[in-house]
Design a protein around this ligand. Structure first.
Ligand code: DCP
Ligand code: CA
Length: 360
């Protein structure tokens, strides 16, 4: 039986700002630029009482909460806090899988601290964070990553939730499917259309049916609905992609010039993208793509298999993305490449003579 902790900082960017500027401590705040097209990165819990949320256009946030204070982000301060919390994690285990600056899975199965109690280890980690950073974190404790992640959200902020093995079944049954990581609004809508709202509903179906309905993700939703998740805590993540994007100062209107304008934007993004790409030396490019967000906030990505970055390819990729928009204005453009690990002598799969003979 594994012991997994998911740690997640509370309203992370906002909490750092409230800590560093006492004038912000007791007022609703959101981290956002103050341009007319800005969206919030996050907001504090006071602002959430008014309905303000992350990724909300600033105009809407101010409608909901006119006294909302907009605070520009200070990424260096968030990174510094992130490095510090990761250092705290290393005191307890080396099996740490960061998910973002403020979130990580820890496998503490072999940790002897606190008599081996994952519940107490989670409390101690949260206490270290509070003492050393003056910030609060929430935690979920369970026997797998899926349950631990959902549990960490249960008693937010500054709380934790432990789901022992004999409570998993009950915990998962009533779970709304939107809580399953990876189930976004579109997936949820499709599941709902087929009468599937909770994990208990999914349990009455079959893995095959779920695969037919949802493709590759279907069987995963099915196993998750029983609270099963065999994924290991992976200490060092291999980068899967590199992306860069920009929200435009003004939407690009439909019309014959739309593609040319988009290509100009891509040309501006390319130097920075290339600099970042040059730093990735241990991976092979396997895909190249574009992302386009339209004025109504719907978005699309178009990708093509590639073994190197081909600038000429952006034109047909963008043309296809624009076509999918059916004449909608464009508000954001991004470019991406996907990677696969390089086959070096060190990581080449070892094929023994016998297997080779069989393959031949
Ligand atoms: N973030 C962002 N843009 C988003 C979502 C998040 O820039 N659309 C940033 C700001 C957050 C940080 O990442 O502070 C962590 O994201 P979380 O989703 O964990 O949200 P918070 O930590 O802000 O709040 P919570 O207390 O709900 O975890
Ligand atoms: Ca968080």
């Amino acid at each position: 039986m594994r012991k997994i902790i998911h740690i997640d900082m509370d309203c992370f960017f906002a909490a750092v700002e409230m800590r560093d500027n006492p004038q912000l401590a007791n007022v609703p705040i959101a981290i956002a630029g103050n341009g007319p097209r800005s969206v919030t990165a996050t907001c504090n819990y006071l602002a959430r009482e008014y309905g303000v949320r992350a990724a909300m256009p600033v105009g809407r946030a101010l409608q909901l909460c006119p006294q909302l204070q907009l605070v520009p982000g200070r990424m260096h301060a968030y990174k510094e806090a992130s490095v510090h919390i990761r250092e705290i994690f290393t005191r307890y285990t080396d099996k740490i899988e960061p998910l973002s600056l403020d979130e990580a899975y820890l496998d503490v199965t072999d940790c002897s601290e606190c008599g081996g109690s994952a519940t107490l280890i989670a409390e101690k980690i949260r206490n270290d964070i509070q003492q050393e950073l003056n910030l609060t974190a929430s935690a979920g404790v369970a026997t797998n990553k899926f349950i631990a992640k959902i549990a960490s959200d249960e008693n937010k902020p500054n709380g934790q939730c432990v789901v022992p093995p004999d409570k998993i079944d009950e915990f998962v049954a009533t779970l709304n499917l939107k809580k399953i990581p990876g189930v976004g609004p579109k997936t949820l809508e499709k599941l709902n259309r087929h009468g599937l709202y909770t994990c208990a509903d999914v349990r009455t179906s079959t893995s095959t049916y779920m695969a037919e309905l949802m493709g590759k993700f279907g069987p995963a939703i099915y196993t998750r609905s029983f609270g099963i998740d065999e994924r290991e805590v992976v200490s060092s993540r291999v980068r899967k992609s590199l992306a860069i994007e920009t929200t435009l100062n003004e939407d690009i209107n439909k019309g014959s010039e739309q593609l040319t304008h988009c290509l100009d934007v891509v040309a501006k993004l390319l130097p920075k993208f290339q600099t970042r790409l040059d730093k990735v030396t241990d991976l092979n490019i396997v895909r190249q793509g574009v992302k386009v967000k339209f004025a109504d906030f719907t978005q699309t990505t178009v990708e093509h298999s590639q073994d190197s970055l081909n600038e000429e390819l952006f034109e047909p990729l963008l043309a296809q993305a624009i076509e999918r928009g059916n004449g909608k204005k464009i508000r954001l453009i991004g470019i991406t490449v996907g990677f696969a690990p390089k086959q070096t002598e060190a990581n080449k799969p070892v094929v023994c003579q016998q297997q080779l003979a069989l393959a031949l």
